[in-house]
Ligand binder design. Sequence first.
Ligand code: 3PG
Length: 310
Amino acid sequence: MARKVLLATEKAFAKTARDEVIAILKGAGYEVPVLENYKNKSDLIAAVADVDAMIIRSDVVDAEVLAAAKNLKLVVRAGAGYDNIDCKGAREKGVDAMNTPGQNSNAVAELAIGMMIYMARGKFGGKSGTELKGKRLGIHAIGAVGRGVAAIAKGGFGMTVKAFDVIPPDQIRAAGAEPVETLEDLYSGSDYISLHIPANAQTKKSIGFRLLNMMPKGACLINTARKEVIDDAGLLEALEKRPDLKYATDIEPEAATLAVIKEKFADRVFCTPKKLGAQTEEANVNAGLAAARQIVAYFEQGVKKFIVNP
Ligand code: 3PG
């Protein structure tokens, strides 16, 4: 019986990407059910019932989905962050989880830069704004996206670029930024902070009032990472006490936070309508095709590269 590989994307890929993903998987002899733009978790639960593998984006694969996926052997997150997968639960069920690191990073880096320009120019409202040239950019975690942001900011805009990360200083320099020793140094010395940390037990709610209040006058936080890393109460407090601070995010905060933002801080906060950092045709093709190829290599040759829940 042919293997079944489900393409489950609550936020659909561009058509070219979707079609090529399906072609690769069908070319390997697999059946490829597609569940796109679904609204209810029950649809996903029904769709996973008999699949051997699945490709997802930010789609949530939790204990309930894993329990329903009786034949599942592999779930591939077409993208970088895999906080949407219950990795431990998957391991307990013998299900491998993979990501496709770096494949969509340029799209996210370009969006982060776009958001900086948008905020520097007062959200294109017509008032006199500022330029990025000569400003200080702090990159909080310099992985694939952070490196991309650093390269564009330095090479394209003449910003000075520093970064904080847990990797050794020479690796930060090799990634294109001057290392700083502490997070406090980064936040207190940056006109813009671009966040690129993953959401995990250590980072959740780690960006709050204390760090934001250290930022220089008129500074702006750019979040294309995850909403979970923000301490919403601390963010609102910082916006309240510091009328000069700005915040741009690609991930809509919780409804209660968003309501306060809309009511009080709409002039200096920007939020994309839907997480769209990786929503380009190129990123969809890169990440989608990588995911499809990883699945074929896994089943046909036993290739286990990119497993994130060993
Ligand atoms: C990622 O982790 O790869 C990005 O956040 C993109 O997520 P998306 O595929 O849901 O757009």
